[in-house]
Write a protein that binds this ligand. Structure first.
Ligand SMILES: *Cc1c(COP(=O)(O)O)cnc(C)c1O
Length: 420
């Protein structure tokens, strides 16, 4: 293993996606951004799109812009996202947050399986996902058992665990395709087919996969999916999320929120709700139009790069990072918190150290590297294949080495603060 900077630079010189990096805003060349899996960077083109949105669409055209373009955005940008996640036209929408979309779809899923009493998720799922499952159960009179797939090694979920928990009483299986802490990635096709063989519905949370790993919702046979747009999609802080409902379920699944935008004729202002005949029934109220141009720019770039190329580079980046961790950081007590098998991991790598929190503080405050930290001891390094370079990976590892060699983490307290 060649640990030199020249080696990293050579990998960059052969990277077919290298030029995308210059299409993103960057005011601090020395800052290494390793958190594109939490908040993606700002595409330069987005700045121009906002100038247009603010001055022309809102400023000049005012409410006329609704009919001129805005009204189409939730479905039209949903159709672009569909191409990233292997769905068909008319199956995805951009609306609300991931949390709210999860709620809408889980409630609909439970109603489709009225005789079943089990909801399956896993111990790795994002807290909001688990809380939503708990609240759905609560609203339904606490009649479900929420069964969580367990992990033997704290990093991945074994197949026998899946087979022992998903059964004929399972109404819905709700999982993150790539889990937020360890980066473990499910074999989604196999799991979806297995759950279907037991008669259960399957919802995939794609927050950590969309834009970095291939997703094939139709090929998997997935029933429902949600995902956010501010991570690998670069849609900006708090940008609305997307949802997916398989074609065959769209006329049967009922949203729990009957909003006017989900009505078949929103501008008829009827006194009685009649749901739209397609996925649009899962819209609730007026869309957050101010966020859509940024989502579209972000998605366009990913489509231009191509998801196969993105995955190829992501694997190369994470494999290189893991090699460097083994060689340079393992002697300082670091452990890998992510699967070594590339087929079992997404696009971020967690490294664990008992001083993880303080090392993370030193990285941000003294070494100009921005990753994030996930309890209890994970430093999470997000590799966004559109703009993360091999030199970024090398520099990150080198700066962590300096922190350890000079014990810079001792300058910080282990008291947790705010957003980590
Ligand atoms: C980021 C993330 C969320 C965030 O949900 P919001 O409603 O946007 O706050 C949910 N689930 C997973 C798996 C995530 O990674």
């Amino acid at each position: 293993m060649d640990t030199s900077l020249d080696f990293a630079r050579n990998l960059d010189s052969q990277d077919p996606l290298a030029s995308f990096r210059d299409e993103f805003y960057s005011a601090e060349p020395d800052m290494i951004y390793m958190d594109g899996n939490s908040l993606g960077r700002l595409p330069l083109e987005t700045i121009d799109r906002y100038d247009h949105l603010l001055k022309k669409e809102w400023g000049d055209r005012l409410i006329r812009s609704w009919n001129e373009k805005w009204i189409t955005w939730p479905a039209a940008i949903g159709d672009k996202i569909a191409k990233l996640v292997g769905a068909s036209e008319g199956e995805c929408l951009v609306a609300d947050s991931t949390t709210i979309n999860l709620f809408k779809l889980i409630m609909a899923a439970l109603d489709l399986k009225p005789d079943r009493r089990k909801i399956v998720s896993d111990v790795f799922n994002f807290p909001t996902d688990l809380y939503v499952l708990q609240s759905c159960n609560h609203l339904k009179g606490d009649r479900y058992q929420i069964a969580l797939l367990n992990s033997r090694d704290g990093v991945s979920i074994d197949w026998d665990e899946i087979e022992s928990v998903i059964d004929e009483n399972t109404a819905v299986v709700s999982l993150s395709h790539v889990v937020f802490k360890s980066g473990f990635m499910y074999d989604a096709k196999r799991l979806t087919e297995y759950a279907h063989s037991k008669g259960a519905l399957v919802l995939w949370d794609l927050c950590h996969s969309t834009g970095s790993v291939p997703v094939a919702l139709n090929e998997w046979g997935a029933d429902f999916a949600v995902g956010c747009t501010y991570k690998y999609l670069n849609g900006g802080p708090g940008s609305p999320a997307f949802l997916f409902v398989r074609k065959g379920l769209q006329e049967k699944a009922m949203p729990p929120i009957w909003g006017w935008y989900g009505d078949s004729k929103p501008f008829a202002f009827d006194l009685e709700y009649s749901p739209a005949g397609d996925v649009r029934r899962f819209l609730s109220g007026t869309s957050s139009i101010m966020s859509y141009p940024a989502i579209e720019c972000g998605v366009d770039k990913l489509l231009e790069a191509g998801i196969e190329q993105l995955r190829k580079k992501s694997i190369a980046l994470s494999s290189y990072l893991i090699d460097l961790v083994d060689e340079v950081l393992a002697p300082y007590g670091f452990k890998l918190g992510t699967p070594r098998d590339v087929n079992l991991r997404g696009s971020h790598v967690s490294i664990q150290h008992e001083e993880g929190y303080r090392i993370n503080c030193a990285l941000i405050n003294e070494m100009n590297v921005v990753p994030d930290f996930r309890e209890p001891n994970n430093i999470r390094l997000g590799l966004a294949p559109l703009y993360t370079s091999f030199e970024d990976v090398w520099t990150t590892v080198e700066r962590i080495r300096v922190i350890m060699a000079e014990e810079k983490y001792t300058h910080f307290s282990s008291t947790r603060i705010g957003v980590t």
